[in-house]
Design a protein. Structure first.
Length: 277
């Protein structure tokens, strides 16, 4: 058992981190932007040669999308039972665009404007995928280039099911996902502008990304589940992240779903009934 005093201290520190109150010791803080230091790039540099990039389709009007907002909000829910069928490349492309797609550039190269909001338009996230079953893509790991709307193939993954399960703290149900989204955080992209205030804002930003994935999946009739219980160092290792200048911040498997699996879905929360909660 964790020492109660230590636990209380950790909880207090975490509360203080979340509080948006002025802390006297931060008086006089100046960001690197205030200090006129050069701005970091708007997205991570290409990880593979340009010629190898996979250009994603953008003809989203060809998708059969549920577009009634009331219906979408009612449909949005976490799905953990997947039927393992393939996503089309256009569906995956839509999910990438809905979560991090770039719609415009502010100024010459000051900020990207995306389908999600972000404090100061810093957009500190990078998207990685572990693809198991998407038409037109070989299984393996990928990096998304948001500005170009392209994918980079990073390599094959031995035993993808086991890799997914281990990376998500043993949540083995996720191994049937057609694709798993892994969002890393590149802290300096936000620290350049917000310094000591960057990190709380970035966590708020992550929520927008997750909610857009939920809504886009609901529009396509696909299932997803936000995952905070992931193994950070394990996820970092899959995508060769250094764990400091870039580290994993959020994950979500996506899969095909069936109305027949409602009972299996409900079983995840059987304990609520069993324990009379
Ligand atoms: C930030 C965040 C982290 C979550 N982490 C997990 C997780 O690790 N495992 C899991 O099974 N569900 C996870 N969930 C899903 C929640 O359990 C789910 O949203 C909640 O039970 C409400 O159900 P609903 O999404 O169907 O409305 C997470 C949700 C959010 C927003």
């Amino acid at each position: 058992m964790l020492d109660p005093k230590l636990q209380a201290r950790i909880i207090q520190e975490a509360r203080d981190f979340m509080k948006h109150s002025f802390k006297p010791e931060l008086e006089g803080f100046e960001s690197d932007q205030d200090l006129k230091k050069p701005q970091p790039p708007l997205q991570k540099a290409r990880m593979r040669p340009k010629e190898q990039a996979i250009l994603l389709p953008r003809d989203f009007e060809a998708l059969e999308l549920q577009d009634n907002l009331l219906e979408l909000l009612l449909r949005r829910k976490s799905a953990r039972v997947y039927t393992g069928e393939a996503l089309s490349l256009l569906q995956l492309s839509f999910l990438l665009w809905a979560t991090q797609g770039v719609k415009d550039i502010r100024g010459k190269k000051y900020a990207t404007l995306r389908t999600v909001p972000s404090g100061g338009a810093r957009h500190g996230f990078e998207t990685y995928l572990l693809v198991q079953n998407v038409q037109g893509l070989q299984p393996g790991k990928y990096h998304y280039l948001a500005v170009e709307h392209q994918l980079e193939f990073l390599g094959r993954v031995e035993d993808a099911s086991q890799t997914i399960s281990a990376s998500l703290e043993g949540q083995s149900w996720a191994a049937k996902a057609s694709v798993v989204f892994y969002w890393s955080f590149v802290p300096y992209r936000c620290e350049w502008r917000y310094g000591v205030f960057a990190h709380r804002v970035a966590l708020i930003d992550a929520g927008h990304v997750g909610q857009n994935l939920y809504l886009a999946c609901a529009a396509l009739g696909l299932g997803t589940c936000a995952i905070a219980a992931f193994d950070g160092p394990n996820c970092d290792a899959i995508f060769d992240l250094d764990g400091d200048e870039e580290f994993m911040a959020y994950t979500a498997p996506v899969g095909t779903i069936s109305a027949m699996d409602q009972t299996a879905e409900k079983a995840f929360y059987q304990f609520v009934e069993d324990e009379g909660l």
